[in-house]
Design a protein around this ligand. Structure first.
Ligand SMILES: Cc1cc2nc3c(=O)[nH]c(=O)nc-3n(C[C@H](O)[C@H](O)[C@H](O)COP(=O)(O)OP(=O)(O)OC[C@H]3O[C@@H](n4cnc5c(N)ncnc54)[C@H](O)[C@@H]3O)c2cc1C
Length: 409
């Protein structure tokens, strides 16, 4: 029987240290500059591509780590380096996972390489689901995809919002309504190939945090894509829609809902790990500062009021990591998420990042409030972790419904 251990194996430690080196030597020194510029840090993505850190191969390798810890360990280190640049590096993976989860082998082989480009010509990809009136409530989605049978083409119309890398991506993955009668079960995902007419970037958002990551609207006006751009293919879609219609008639649909939930539960710990990285970074800055800042003739850490805050910060960071690791391990081991453990990890890690970065500002005093020190940026970056990939309220809703079996509103 396998021994229980919470220690990383040698391969995982080597990957962690390698990513940490990039985060410390390349990302950290550039973080403030790209935060101020509010632009995608292409030269840094390029450097990551050169060493193989921005590539399909690398993420696939981590994704298939049988312990489940490959992805969370990498995420924590990257986001320890900087969250805005980190998101610019891993944003493409969100779109890639959209293709991996729903695409055929041929689609995976065709589109994912085009999402990353190569080290001499790096590209990014975008996953576009959210809309102005469909954020937490994806069933309110309006972007429509209509099949033109004569030409074997799909025609897409609508406006997506908040898309990470939206408009600057080489490949966009767009979720659209194919059967409005079926709510969220009538959605399908499409690949929009590079330079497709009708797709344009709308407003680029000026943000509170993760400012090195590009976030924009994506406008789709009579965007025509070949039939093979429907992820999974038409036959599979028709079968799925027929099953959903049948279930809707009988008042079922539980299995479809469960499958979608299992996907979210498996991906949320990766986002939680990003939040752990930010929280750990701020905690470390605060710990160092508290040891060297002298007031009343002694380092401020000599006061219990400061030292106990640091003890709480460290405890929360470690607890968040353990929840993230547990959920990641469960996903890899195929364990059922009977208490929405994936949502728990994202909820706790996201809230931890917000709280710990706020405490770090307090410990740094006036310096913490300025852009001379990194904790105010970390606090701004942390704020997104209770909003995207399901808000904290939505995570609580999922957990509450799962543990109670009651459809709480
Ligand atoms: C920087 C950034 C990057 C993003 N990247 C992407 C991306 O790449 N692709 C993509 O598709 N989307 C992306 N998003 C969108 C993100 O996922 C949404 O913002 C998020 O799902 C919340 O939706 P909303 O903003 O419309 O908020 P709303 O759904 O309008 O929520 C507003 C408030 O109401 C609360 N609320 C809503 N419903 C309930 C309920 N039933 N019970 C209790 N409280 C509730 C929410 O928790 C929240 O506090 C991004 C967003 C940002 C800000």
């Amino acid at each position: 029987m396998a021994e229980f251990a919470l220690e990383l194996n040698e391969d995982q430690k080597a990957v962690r240290d390698w990513v940490h080196g990039f985060a410390a030597d390349v990302m950290r020194p550039a973080a403030a500059e790209w935060d101020e510029r509010e632009e995608t840090p292409w030269p840094i993505i390029q450097e990551a591509a050169k060493i193989g850190l921005y590539s399909l191969d690398f993420y696939a390798q981590q994704y298939f780590d049988p312990t489940g810890l490959g992805i969370p360990v990498v995420m924590e280190e990257l986001f320890w380096g900087d969250a805005g640049i980190g998101l610019s590096i891993v944003g493409t993976a969100l779109a890639a996972v959209g293709v991996l989860a729903n695409g055929t082998e041929e689609q995976i082989g065709t589109w994912i390489p085009q999402m990353y480009g190569d080290e001499n010509d790096v590209k990014v990809a975008a996953f576009c689901s959210s809309e102005p009136d469909a954020g937490s409530d994806v069933s309110a989605m309006r972007t429509r995809a209509v099949y033109d049978e004569a030409k074997d083409e799909w025609v897409l119309n609508g406006t997506k919002t908040w898309a990470t890398n939206g408009g600057i991506a080489n490949v966009h993955v767009v979720v659209a309504v194919v059967d409005p009668e079926l709510g969220a079960k009538g959605h399908a995902s499409f690949v929009i190939p590079p330079n497709t007419p009708g797709l344009s970037q709308g407003q680029k958002f000026k943000k509170h945090g993760i400012r090195a990551s590009h976030t924009a609207e994506v406008v789709l006006e009579d965007v025509r894509v070949p039939g093979h751009c429907l992820l999974g293919g038409k036959e599979k879609l028709d079968e799925r829609l027929a099953r959903a219609r049948e279930k809707a008639k009988k008042g079922g649909g539980e299995r479809v809902r469960n499958a979608a939930m299992a996907t979210f539960e498996a991906s949320r710990p990766a986002v939680g790990a990003q939040a752990v990285g930010i929280a750990r970074a701020a905690y470390e800055v605060a710990l160092d500062y508290a040891k060297t800042r002298v007031q009343f003739g002694r380092p401020i850490i000599d006061n219990q009021g400061i030292a106990f805050q640091l003890a709480d910060m460290r405890t929360r960071v470690d607890a968040a990591r353990l929840l993230v690791w547990r959920a990641s391990w469960m996903a890899a081991a195929g364990k059922p998420f009977e208490a929405a453990e994936g949502s728990m990890s994202k909820l706790f890690a996201g809230e931890t990042a917000k709280a710990v970065t706020a405490q770090a500002i307090q410990i740094l005093g006036g310096n913490g409030f300025t852009r001379e020190y990194p904790v105010e940026r970390m606090h701004r970056d942390a704020a997104i972790y209770s909003i995207f990939e399901g808000t904290s309220e939505i995570q609580r809703l999922v957990i509450a419904r799962t543990i109670s079996g009651i459809h709480i509103r």
